[in-house]
Write a protein that binds this ligand. Structure first.
Ligand code: FE2
Length: 289
């Protein structure tokens, strides 16, 4: 199960793991854990295997950085490598392309710095952060990271923080990496929107891989048709999670007086999802149902 950028809120992650019991989860960057990641995710660490890639905001502050890269889960970062998880070989590319280091539309030879080590060597000791490169560039994609992945053995899934080329702010370099690795699936975060690229007509079904974006607070299960997501539609679960956080499932499964005493889940399944949605919107924003 793949989760969009938490930005410090892990309630939807914990709620989904408790409900669907996935074998493993991958967080798609911008975690911004407010406590060390293993503390934030303590309720689910014995229920699923946790992996992640970092995003640009995971280097915003010392706290963001330390709660991720200094946590007991720091070795679960998939950036720059391939790990077999739940039977899939999953390749990871965290962070952003930054033109001060390398614009991937230009040849690697034109990159300002090939590697983090090359950047570090160019800096005076007093310019360094913790005797290394600037904190910000610890979420920058260096050509070395990208090329190491490019030369890796084949993989099944590629997770990235940056989007594939079909996104208005996406990158051809992500597609090239996906095609070289031979993956069937690319999943990205960063843009805070659920996107099914084929369903939205942004990619054709004949494309060499399928691509999905995942919104913050949302998730994508894979394989998609074996998830048992029958009980409440994903959009209602997402909306309920926005309104109630970890209590969303409890609300969806509790009889409601405005729904003839039925549970929101049952009422929605019987064709009443618009009414459930309007109740949630009223709770969230105030107003008339
Ligand atoms: Fe981001």
């Amino acid at each position: 199960m793949f989760f969009g950028d938490p930005h410090g809120n892990f309630e939807p992650v914990i709620a989904a793991v408790e409900r669907f019991r996935p074998e493993a989860i991958v967080l798609l960057g911008d975690l911004q854990a407010q406590q060390p990641l293993h503390v934030e995710l303590a309720p689910i660490l014995d229920r699923t295997k946790v992996y992640f890639i970092h995003g640009n905001h995971d280097t915003d502050s010392d706290l963001d950085y330390d709660n991720l890269f200094g946590s007991e889960l720091a070795d679960r970062n998939l950036h720059g490598r391939i790990v077999e998880i739940a039977g899939y070989k999953i390749a990871g590319l965290g962070g952003l392309f930054r033109s001060k280091i390398w614009d991937p539309r230009r040849p690697v030879e034109e990159a300002a710095f090939f590697s983090a080590d090359a950047l570090r060597r160019s800096m005076r000791p007093e310019e360094r952060w913790r005797d290394g490169i600037a904190r910000r560039h610890r979420s920058t994609i260096f050509p070395e990271d990208y090329q190491r992945l490019l030369r890796s053995p084949p993989a099944d899934i590629l997770v990235t923080h940056e989007a594939a080329a079909a996104h208005p702010h996406g990158w051809q370099a992500i597609d090239e990496l996906a095609e070289t690795l031979g993956v069937q699936l690319v999943i990205h975060g960063h843009h805070h929107r659920d996107i099914n690229y084929v369903a939205e007509g942004l990619m054709t079904a004949a494309a060499p891989f399928r691509a999905f974006g995942v919104d913050m607070g949302s998730h994508l299960a894979w394989p998609r048709d074996e998830t048992g997501l029958g009980s409440a539609p994903q959009d209602l679960l997402d909306l309920a999670t926005q309104v109630f956080g970890a209590a969303a499932l409890a609300w969806l499964d509790k009889p409601h007086e405005w729904l003839d005493g039925q549970t929101p889940t049952a009422f929605a399944a019987a064709g009443g999802s618009d009414k459930v949605r309007s109740i949630l919107n009223a709770i969230q924003h105030g107003g008339v149902v």
